[in-house]
Design a protein around this ligand. Structure first.
Ligand SMILES: [Zn+2]
Length: 188
């Protein structure tokens, strides 16, 4: 008989032992930490939910506790503000973290530092898969969201100064220098 697992209060050890599978959708609106850096949800939002799935597995280890693993997968899309043209840009998020659970916070930290292809977490009595998924999605957010090709020419407005790059300031100084050199004649 299969056991019903609650994704918001998941007994990871039992889930792994049962080789459990869970999946579904969470309303994006509930993931408020993730939305902090995104544009507010609207009728134009590319997604309203996070589609997710989780699979537990356990591997016997000679002379030790079995290894407890969780394969999580989540997909959604958000709108963020493009840092180049300031128009909304759709950001697709697709994460597939491989998680391993061990007993004890300290052991988890030590193993996590040595591990490249999986995250090692401390096993807790219950795990909130929604919060964990939200953490993983936040980590996947681009530091500088922007279009591959911005949809319209860059506006040369005052607002542009706020995100002016070093290049832009150099250009501004070059413009000033030529203005001084030309003795204040009208810039071409
Ligand atoms: Zn853009």
């Amino acid at each position: 008989m299969s056991v019903a697992f609650d994704p918001r209060r998941l007994d990871v050890a039992a889930f792994a032992q049962a080789e459990g599978r869970l999946g579904g959708e969470w309303p994006l609106a509930a993931l408020t930490r993730l939305l902090q850096d995104a544009l507010p949800l609207s009728a134009d939002s590319p997604a309203t939910v996070v589609a997710w799935s989780a699979r537990g597995s356990r591997k016997a280890v000679t002379g030790g506790d079995p290894e407890i693993r969780l394969l999580l997968r989540a997909h959604t899309a958000l709108q963020m503000s493009c840092q180049r043209c300031l128009q909304p840009v759709t950001v697709e998020l697709d994460v597939q973290p491989r998680l391993r659970f061990v007993r004890g916070e300290q052991l988890a930290e030590t193993l996590d530092e040595d591990s490249e292809d999986e995250d090692v977490l401390a096993l807790t009595a219950t795990l909130d898969l929604q919060a964990l998924t939200e953490d993983e999605l936040i980590l996947a957010l681009p530091l500088v969201p922007r279009h591959e090709h911005c949809p319209q020419p860059l506006p040369m407005s005052a607002g542009e100064d706020e995100i002016a790059s070093a290049d832009d300031s150099e250009r501004a100084f070059a413009g000033l220098a030529s203005l001084l050199r030309d003795g204040g004649s009208k810039p071409s």
